[in-house]
Design a protein. Sequence first.
Length: 313
Amino acid sequence: MAHPEELAALDLYPVWTTAADPAGTFDPFRFEQRMAAYRLMIGNTNPADRFGADNRHNPLWGLMFQHQWQLRTGRLGADARCDGRIDPDAPWGYGNYTLCAIPWLAAADVGVVPPLPVADPPAASRFRYVTGGVVPAELVGAVADWRAYFTLVSGSEAAEPELVRRALWKAHKTCLDVVVDALADVDTEPWPDLEVTFLRGWCRMVDYLWAAAWRTDFASMTAHGLDVLPESLLVTPEDVHALPARARGNVVNVLRLADTPRWRYHVNLLLWKRIMRTREARDRVLPLLDAVFDPRPANAAERRALLRYLLRP
């Protein structure tokens, strides 16, 4: 599972090495259980070293890194960093639930992980979870998309890497579309409005990564995904200003995206999807995203490239 010395240098290493595999019941309201579930899904989708001998090319790594960030930065609730209990009312916790418990159910259907029941939420919640083994109607489609992903990666024939990433991102987007709708319908107090806006914007930013079939394997995440998100909750604009430059720039873009009118966001995403039609453009996704969200003299060449990709027949 990636080189041991590389893992040992990361803060997810302790839970990676000590979290017990779910037994009897999978409790997705325990941080260590979610991480153990990811570890199983990563480990059991590498038949014949399809993602490399150390599994470093497995695209599920991105979900594990994201969940570790959520714990580290207090986004899973007041008790999570102390005892691993995830607040069922935590918006980020609910978002990750759709990207952990829902894939787990699909993986169990395909035989990738044990068919364990998923524990109910510990208390009544503003969000809708699997309860009594019943998947909420709005998440049934997400289970189907994740089932398609796990069927693809557990088959006897190794699928082309970008085809695998597209299947994963399709399922990922289906989940986060549900999260966006849920956030619009619930009262998110006492979570800061700015933080919830950041989450809504992050869901929109993920749509851009989905269109590009962005890599979320171990190497890509450690190279590009570890210093672009805020290491504390966003309560006031001053919290944004205090961030390191790279994270601040990313957060500003995400917040701006959250506040973009819905019609304009969909038009812009449609144009971005057209730009991402070619492998050449998808291989340049990070500099092209920079040109879209932070146009300046230094990325003029990339902005010209955007236009060429957009107008290409």
